[in-house]
Design a protein around this ligand. Structure first.
Ligand SMILES: NC(=O)c1ccc[n+]([C@@H]2O[C@H](COP(=O)([O-])OP(=O)(O)OC[C@H]3O[C@@H](n4cnc5c(N)ncnc54)[C@H](O)[C@@H]3O)[C@@H](O)[C@H]2O)c1
Length: 273
């Protein structure tokens, strides 16, 4: 399908490098005719990679730390001015846990870092939505997507405080979705993606095992980042107008599985063979 996002304006958070899910969303949104600005934390922009993406998508990069309301306020003002109107879509593709990054286990957690995890990975969505609402920056039927992981709902070793952040993020999707839907007909959803090889993903201890296990459990196999980007585009389009306040699994079926034959085979005793 072509031009699904023709005439639409947006902001895309979280493209760090070419592996980032947000990077792939940006390329696809550009291909589908959208106009958008890219943003990331000032520290992430120092890598300079994002400028290549901006050139490919014929757009600009506006720095913003998503934990700072002032930064978000300026970003939204500048983005709508640059794009020449209200936003139709926003991608929140942000996650970071200092505890995970520095190898602190869940039962020996650093609480200052825990607060940072929650602020960066969950509260930033509330701050973003509240800023957009106050500025009335999103058009009716606009669509906001936040990326999440099933560890927000089930226990996974090693995901540590990111699990709590994802549970909070998914709750903000529902709670803010209620008010934004009612007041402005703006929809808010999260997409719960399979484990994916990116900077954020690979930070989790035992990530390769997560990836392999999920792949063997999922009837369709792990969903690639490219397909996640396709799903985001669908959710930004007018084809999904009445979907809001949902946590949408994009995981090859993983979330509905109990056990797969692939996993059972790993435990088959020799007498069964
Ligand atoms: N990779 C996976 O396995 C996986 C699976 C499910 C969900 N997700 C989620 O997808 C999203 C994108 O992650 P990714 O896998 O593409 O990794 P990534 O590391 O490429 O993206 C994470 C982004 O968050 C940004 N960020 C961190 N702190 C910020 C701040 N204060 N302000 C603004 N931006 C900030 C980083 O600069 C980076 O661009 C995250 O929410 C992640 O939890 C990832």
């Amino acid at each position: 399908m072509n031009n699904l996002l023709q005439g639409k304006r947006g902001i895309i958070f979280g493209a760090l490098d070419e592996h980032s899910i947000a990077w792939k969303v940006a390329l696809k949104a550009h291909g589908q005719g959208a106009k958008f600005v890219l943003t990331n934390a000032p520290v992430a922009l120092r890598m300079g990679e994002i400028n290549k993406l901006a050139a490919q998508c014929q757009t600009i990069v506006i720095p913003a730390d998503a934990t700072l309301v002032d930064d978000l306020d300026k970003l939204v003002t500048q983005a709508t001015a640059h794009l020449g109107g209200k936003l139709d879509f926003v991608l929140h593709s942000i996650g970071m846990s200092p505890n995970v990054r520095k190898g602190k286990t869940y039962t020996d957690i650093n609480y200052e870092w825990f607060q940072k995890t929650l602020d960066i990975s969950a509260l930033s969505l509330h701050k973003l939505l509240q800023t957009c609402m106050k500025q009335d920056a999103i058009s009716e039927w606009g669509s906001v997507i936040a990326l999440t992981y099933i560890a927000g709902q089930r226990a996974f070793p090693g995901y540590s405080d990111m699990a709590d952040a994802k549970a909070t993020l998914e709750s903000i999707v529902r709670s803010f979705g209620l008010y934004y839907g009612q007041q402005k007909k703006v929809r808010v959803n999260s997409i719960s993606q399979s484990p994916t090889v990116t900077t954020a993903g690979s930070g989790v201890k035992g990530f390769d095992s997560f990836l392999g296990f999920a792949d063997k459990m999922s009837p369709l196999g792990n969903a690639p980042a490219e397909s996640c980007a396709d799903y985001c585009i669908t959710m930004f389009s007018d084809l999904t107008r009445y979907v809001t306040m949902q946590n949408l699994y994009h995981d090859g079926g993983f979330s509905s599985m109990g056990v797969s034959e692939g996993i059972m085979n790993l435990f088959e005793s020799t007498k069964d063979k």
